[in-house]
Every structure is written in C-alpha cells, then in structure tokens.
Design a protein. Structure first.
Length: 193
C-alpha cells in the first residue's frame, strides 16, 4: 500500500538523490556553455602585427569558460564522492551472527570502534556540506564575472537561481543526515546500540 504524496516524509536517501540530480543538471548547464549566446560577430582586425596581442572588446576567453567548467565539475564530483564515502560507513555491531557462541569483544572496545566510524562518517558529511558552499561561491563568482558588460555575448545570470536553490536544499538535507548521525552517536554512548 502506498502513502499519499502529501503525507510522505523525506526519503532516507533524499540527500543522495538530490545531489545526483544537482550534478546532472549542472553538467547539462555546463554542456550548454553556461547559456552564453553570441550577440553579434565582432570583426577581427585585418592586420595584426606579430608582436602585439589584440583583445577584442567584451570577449571572454575560452580558457576562462573551461576553467569555470572544470572547477564546478570537480566540486560536483567531490560532493558525490563525500556523500558516497559517508554513506558507506555505518557503525557495525561487531558481532558475527553466524558464530554466536564465540567470545564477545569488550564493550569499551566496540563503542570506541563505533565512535571512530561515526566520526569518519561525520567528516565526510561535513566535507559534502563544505562542497555545497564552495559550489555556491563558485557560481557567485561566475555571476560576478559574467554580469560585467560584454559586447559580443549575453548571459542571463537569473538562470543560476534554480541551481543555487537546489544547492541550498542539499545543504539542509545533508545537515539533517549529519544530525541523524549525531543522534546515533548519542545512542552508542548510552549503550543503546
């Protein structure tokens, strides 16, 4: 039996699904060259002396677009890698159900190992949150650079708003995931797990 959509809670892996969607959407945006559209062709000077470099007014070099693209792709990749690494670490009970008659490990040792595992998990969660803030900063810098006046192309920086909103949603989801890890750590300390 399914639950009515309006009564559904957030999926346990919503942070993962949202991050995958964000990465795919940003990649598609990057493949479209950030939505940059040429206004008009500016005529190249016919005679360029060999010892002079000529910069056309309002032209942005390809290397800058490539640089933005690379940094954003790297941050998206790091975000997914940190989420995957953090989600792969879960405190184990350190009991083998196949051999229940084997002597159990001291409880202090088990709790210390579980606490270390949770600390590692939390580090990856915090790194993923940091990746989100870095993505926002990179998009902000992109907006600052491209909101300058250029003669030969236009860009609508308002198109960045949905991406920033999705990143902010991801931050909230990751913080909720980290809070659940903190709650689990409290249970381990109390000996409930």
């Amino acid at each position: 039996m399914s639950v009515i959509k309006r009564k559904r809670g957030i999926s346990r892996l919503e942070f993962y699904n949202n991050a995958r969607e964000l990465r795919a959407e940003l990649t598609a945006y990057l493949l479209r060259n950030f939505g940059i559209r040429p206004k008009k062709q500016i005529e190249q000077p016919k005679e360029i002396p060999a010892d002079e470099e000529v910069a056309l007014p309002g032209e942005i070099p390809d290397w800058m677009i490539d640089n933005f693209r690379t940094r954003i792709m790297d941050l998206c990749r790091n975000l997914m890698m940190n989420i995957t690494a953090g989600n792969s670490i879960y405190p184990s009970p350190m009991v083998d159900p196949k051999t229940p008659d084997v002597q159990k490990m001291p409880i202090e040792y088990v709790r210390r190992v579980q606490s270390d595992e949770l600390a590692d998990r939390r580090r990856y969660q915090t790194a993923a949150i940091a990746n989100c803030y870095q993505l926002i900063q990179e998009l902000q810098y992109f907006k600052d650079v491209f909101s300058l006046r250029f003669d030969n192309f236009t860009i609508d920086v308002k198109k960045l708003i949905p991406y920033v909103q999705k990143i902010e949603k991801e931050i909230q989801l990751l913080k909720g995931w980290r809070k659940s890890t903190n709650d689990l750590a409290k249970k381990i300390i109390k000996g409930e797990n």
